[in-house]
Design a protein around this ligand. Sequence first.
Ligand SMILES: Cc1ncc(C[n+]2csc(CCOP(=O)(O)OP(=O)(O)O)c2C)c(N)n1
Length: 704
Amino acid sequence: MLSPWGRGARAVMPQLANPMNKPDLLAAASANLAPSPRFPAASPASRAAHDRMANAIRALAMDAVEQAKSGHPGLPMGAADIATVLFTRFLKFDSAAPAWPDRDRFVLSAGHGSMLLYALFYLLGYEAMTIDQIKRFRQLGSLTPGHPEHGHTPGVETTTGPLGQGLANAVGMAIAERHLAAVFGEAAVDHSTYVLASDGDLMEGISQEALALAGHLRLAKLIVLYDDNGISIDGPTALADSVDQVERFRAAGWAACRIDGHDPQAIAAALEAAKKSDRPSLIACRTTIGFGAPNKGGTEKSHGSPLGPDEVAAARQKLGWTYPPFEIPADILEEWRAAGARGRGTRLAWAKRLAALAPQTRAEFERRIAGAPSPKLAAAVKELKQKLAATPKEIATRAASEFALEALTVALPEMIGGSADLTGSNNTRTKAMKAIKPADYAGTFIHYGVREHGMAAAMNGMALHGGIIPFSGTFLVFSDYCRPAIRLAALMGQRVIHVMTHDSIGLGEDGPTHQPVEHLAALRAIPRLQVFRPCDVVETVECWQLALQSRDAPSVLALTRQNLPQLREGFDEANRCAAGAYELIAAEDDDAVVSLFATGSEVAIAVEAKTILAARKISARVVSVPCFELLLAQSREQRMAIVGTAAVNVAVEAGIRQGWDAIIGSDGGFVGMTGFGASAPYKELYREFGITAQKVADAAIARL
Ligand SMILES: Cc1ncc(C[n+]2csc(CCOP(=O)(O)OP(=O)(O)O)c2C)c(N)n1
């Protein structure tokens, strides 16, 4: 299981019980405590000392890439001055506790420059990052994979590589920081989020969504250092781009400046100014890619391949670096190690402040940061199910989700919801949820604007930050716009929950542009992602419970626009969706000849088909399949028990068949979609595309 502190990272806080869930009281409880003193900037090193420290990064990057025979030396060499100033003078962290909750976050958005991070971790004295790991750059099982992987290498805040994602993650981290500071007070939460972003990061469309949201929310503690080297893989960025990034960020409400990224004084002055700014800051640092490499530096030739022995030797000479590969002289290492320990006292002072919080407040803070499930969750779910047993509801599953959220967001105040401008359609905002605003971060709802990709990536950042369970809303068809971030959430094992409504042709008149057809299959293809498609209000409550309990996996809840009958009657405390599928209605006798499988809105159709078959004396059972992934994770015996041994299997789902064969077999019958939908009232569409009880029954009879 991945730890919320990151696999291999030190867990610095125990998990405590007895939470208290009133944000206003939590803030009040810490209000009498002095806020954390500002982490002071360290005084500058001499220029010569700075250069030697920065050159240590350059040498390690060159040597590791050379040894691996692959990798990207250009970015670490070009950004070494920026990183040296930031990590030795400004960044609040302690190399002995990479997961300290109140550390400043540093996101290397341009993940291809991973050697920058690894060199820093080694130099700063992160325990796990030995010189041997640096020598094993990009090798199987090393802590130094090609791109930084969160949960794999202590200190890596987020997995980066797909350009633009890290920047957007950082926006979520900065939101999380402000929200938790508003709830728990700055004595407990007071840190900044720094990003190193490349040309590629800023060319990606997601960067616009991210920076616009950050500017709007005035996330003043977000500072982006832009490695403005004017070079990408094809050559000068001028081949494809002529955006003035400084003006672009300013237009979005950022403070932005341009500096020489090789001048330590200028870097420090810009960071000082950024820390005082009342808005997020962009520092465009003009750098030379592959700085120090006399022939390949400044060109795309240093971007993504080893420099070669001759060029490495020439770079050593130019930089005045006389040491053998992977060797850092003791005095330089000592300087770096001192920088790695600079925040230790600050961390210990923070721990004291935390200990001085009211016990309930501290326990709640620690519970949230540890990502421990609230003990109130089970009780809330039980109560919801009791209500539904007493008063069944025939409602759309999106409305069922809202019904669940009304209770769950109260029981779990760490839930931060949102929607990409479809709040009324996604039903993700409950009555009690206040919006997060520029001057007020205590709310628990985010108006993301029409920015699905930025939203999904910001959610990853919030989950990575810790202390928050982000959930959001958009239409299922727009999961395509979120997909790169959802994939990374799955890769990182992060608990983010995507409410995706309007989940089939059942949305009706908006037509094929809005009707998902292949989306369930496409999402089910992402490893570790849980795709839930509940069939009624009870299953919706259960699927929410499962998503919230899944600390190491993201979830999608695919929900309907149209009303559905409540199929689960009576009260059953057990979460029947937990096995991924279960027999909703048994056959009249023990020997069902037909098993009917369905998800979501089509379960009611399967139930009707069973009645048609019963009229023909054909014994059938109905199996609801709210989550493929959970079903396929069962033992073979359990899976067989659920799938059953009927002679005929038929599945019905208003999507494509792909994926179903694992359950119904390649000879099973499937009733669903084979192409795009159409614009019409939804009942007509179900008839038009043959997704009816009669067709399901016919498919079964044809196989008998
Ligand atoms: C979404 C995405 N598209 C493409 C790539 C492949 N790629 C890696 S680096 C890069 C661009 C390199 O330019 P820049 O971002 O300026 O980095 P630098 O050359 O300064 O290291 C590209 C296209 C990627 N990693 N992510």
